[in-house]
Design a protein around this ligand. Structure first.
Ligand SMILES: [Fe+2]
Length: 290
């Protein structure tokens, strides 16, 4: 599938696309909300609420920036909104309700895939058992399928996978294969970027470790600290698949908290989007290729 990417305008021109459309991408708002329904999270709300307010422009609440991002999409008539994780800093009911209120008011459909923070309270172990234990809280926001979702918008397929443990399961890999059988262009949304040679040095400079999916070069201490295991066979197969899938035209993600765009293969670029708590979002413009 022939495409032309213009990262300056976030425009992807796609061969055979019937009509232009826009998609809003929002990631990493890190809203830290809790109330008496999650008493153990109240100190986290105080601590992380203050911490992220220090990082927002003019000390605005991350919640206000999340609302503004979605309002921007509404104003521009986007065909869909996709949230790629760390939307909340922990899975308290108050934060989940805030997301539900916001996405419930959208006039177009949305997808929400989770990041490493959405499903984890800071006082808990960070592992897949904790993620599985919290998946039920996200059921209504993820069509009952937080691990793998898809949404067709016009002749474009949006695919969202939860890769927030740095791994893709066999079931997610099967799902991805099936979805990529679509005749039209596909966009993949995940929290954690895939390792690309030009991305790794920037990531290591900021985070000291290559905190992206499929990276080599972890230190032993880094793996222990971030609890990142060696790549499973299904993760490696997923990376192989996206590196050659002809109708995959873009990968959109967050996690590392800076903007980065680079080529995955001839028709496909990866767009790492700056965090919403810094007032950022990305409006992806898809247009027919002349
Ligand atoms: Fe984040």
């Amino acid at each position: 599938m022939q495409t032309q990417h213009d990262p300056d305008t976030n425009t992807i021109a796609i061969e055979g696309l019937a009509q232009p459309l826009s998609i809003l991408h929002v990631t990493d708002s890190h809203m830290a909300l809790a109330d008496e329904r999650d008493p153990e999270a109240l100190p986290h709300a105080d601590h992380y609420g203050a911490l992220f307010r220090e990082r927002t422009p003019d000390g605005v609440e991350p919640e206000a920036l999340f609302s503004q991002a979605l309002a921007h999409g509404e104003a521009h008539g986007v065909a869909a909104t996709v949230l790629t994780g760390d939307i909340i800093h922990f899975p308290a009911h108050a934060g989940l309700e805030r997301i539900a209120e916001e996405v419930g008011a959208l006039s177009a459909p949305y997808l929400y895939t989770l990041g490493n923070h959405d499903w984890h309270f800071p006082h808990q172990d960070w592992n897949d058992a904790t993620r599985q234990a919290h998946y039920a809280r996200f059921a209504s926001l993820t069509g009952g399928a937080p691990a793998a979702q898809a949404l067709d918008v016009g002749d474009v397929r949006l695919i969202a996978l939860d890769n927030s443990t740095y791994q893709i399961t066999d079931a997610q890999l099967d799902f991805l294969r099936q979805q990529l059988d679509a005749p039209g262009p596909c966009l993949l949304f995940v929290h954690i970027p895939i390792a690309l040679p030009t991305l790794i040095p920037d990531v290591v400079e900021v985070w000291r470790e290559p905190i992206v999916m499929g990276a080599d070069g972890w230190s032993e201490e880094g793996r222990a600290k971030w609890k990142v295991e060696e790549n499973e066979a299904s993760t490696r197969a997923c990376l192989d698949l996206v590196a050659r899938a002809e109708n995959l035209v873009g990968i959109f993600c967050g996690h590392v908290h800076f903007d980065h765009v680079d080529r995955v293969h001839d028709g496909c670029y990866q767009y790492v989007t700056q965090p919403c708590f810094e007032g950022a979002h990305r409006t992806i413009r898809l247009a027919p290729l002349d």
